[in-house]
Design a binder for this molecule. Structure first.
Ligand code: CDT
Length: 320
């Protein structure tokens, strides 16, 4: 037990349909923030691309026709009520959105906003799944590589005031959670709380018969639990859930502790707030024992992690 306690929440969002405006999504997020306030929450984590439907499933031949999915300022008129609610309730929040920069770059972005309304940390998604061009084989497109550039901010961690304490916070977005490299880069910065939003389809369009349906959620949870355990941090993993224009997202938002245990899990495919009291002091155990990096890491043996991208076949052994 320590005195570094923090009440954190995953604010899962149910589906947002293509025709629904940001006002609908923001209205729903405000209700979740009000609920968070009633439950004494200090930090709320909303999903990836929380303001709109998961638009990378929709192909636009002319990318200019996708311009309306991006935010060109933050806060904007549409999102200002979230910043005001943060101030009113004294709650910090994490928001995922599609960002268009003043010089015309497009990123899948997340920010953490202090209750004062100031942006504490920004992250731009590094691991963009899917494809760039229309794929006629797929029943549903996943065009993140078409609509976003690879994030240019790395995996930053910052020490920030959180609730009544301070914490080292970092962010990743959806597919990043499946990459141990992303977790470790933040672990090396002593991250204590990873905020992560996701939109994951229930059906794997690349399935070639080897992935049973129920493993979709299992693989998500496995990745988040392993990342949290191996880097001695908490993770708040918040989904967009349910059926958007006929396409299912699997939900199952979770909050995980540094032992890799699921402390809370969403049970619906709707707007749902799950909360826990996190004792940040818990991060010290792993960090000072089995995952004491300074004592046990062997970077001289890890060269290929940063030295190459794709895998290479090993040399072949033959008898005699
Ligand atoms: N949003 C996102 O990154 N979703 C991916 C699904 C990839 S399927 C091409 C995920 O890893 O959950």
């Amino acid at each position: 037990m320590s005195d570094r306690k923090l009440v954190i929440a995953a604010a899962q969002l149910g589906p947002i349909q293509k025709a629904e405006g940001r006002d609908v999504a923001v209205g729903r997020m405000l209700r979740l923030m009000e609920k968070a306030h009633q439950r004494g929450v200090q930090v709320v984590v909303f999903p990836e691309l929380a303001l709109t439907t998961f638009f990378p499933r929709w192909y636009e031949e002319d990318i200019a026709n996708a311009a309306h999915w991006y935010e060109t300022s933050m806060p904007s008129n549409a999102t200002a009520p979230l910043f005001e609610a943060a101030k009113k309730y004294g709650i910090g929040f994490h928001l995922g959105y599609a960002e268009k920069t003043p010089d015309g770059h497009h990123f899948n972005t997340a920010i953490y906003v202090h209750p004062s309304g100031e942006t504490v940390l920004k992250y731009r998604k590094v691991h963009l799944p899917g494809h760039r061009d229309f794929d006629p084989i797929r029943k549903v497109q996943h065009l993140e590589k078409r609509y976003f550039e690879v994030g240019d901010l790395g995996f930053p961690v910052i020490r920030a005031p959180l609730g009544d304490t301070e914490a080292n916070i970092g962010m990743m977005i959806c597919n990043d959670r499946r990459w141990p490299e992303a977790w470790r880069v933040m672990g090396l910065q002593q991250v204590e709380l990873v905020m992560l939003g996701y939109n994951t389809p229930s059906l794997n369009m690349d399935n070639r018969g080897f992935e049973a349906h129920h493993l979709r959620v299992e693989h998500s949870h496995l990745s988040i639990r392993a990342g949290s355990y191996q880097n001695a941090c908490f993770a708040v993993a918040t989904a967009k859930a349910g059926t958007e224009d006929g396409h299912e997202l699997f939900g199952h938002s979770i909050i995980v502790n540094p032992q890799g245990e699921i402390m809370a899990q969403a049970t619906s495919w709707q707007d749902e707030l799950i909360t826990v009291e996190a004792d940040l002091g818990m991060c010290a155990l792993g960090r000072s024992t089995i995952f004491n990096f300074a004592a046990h890491r062997r970077p001289e043996a890890y060269g290929s992690i940063t030295g190459q991208i794709g895998s290479t076949p090993p040399p072949a052994w033959r008898p005699g």
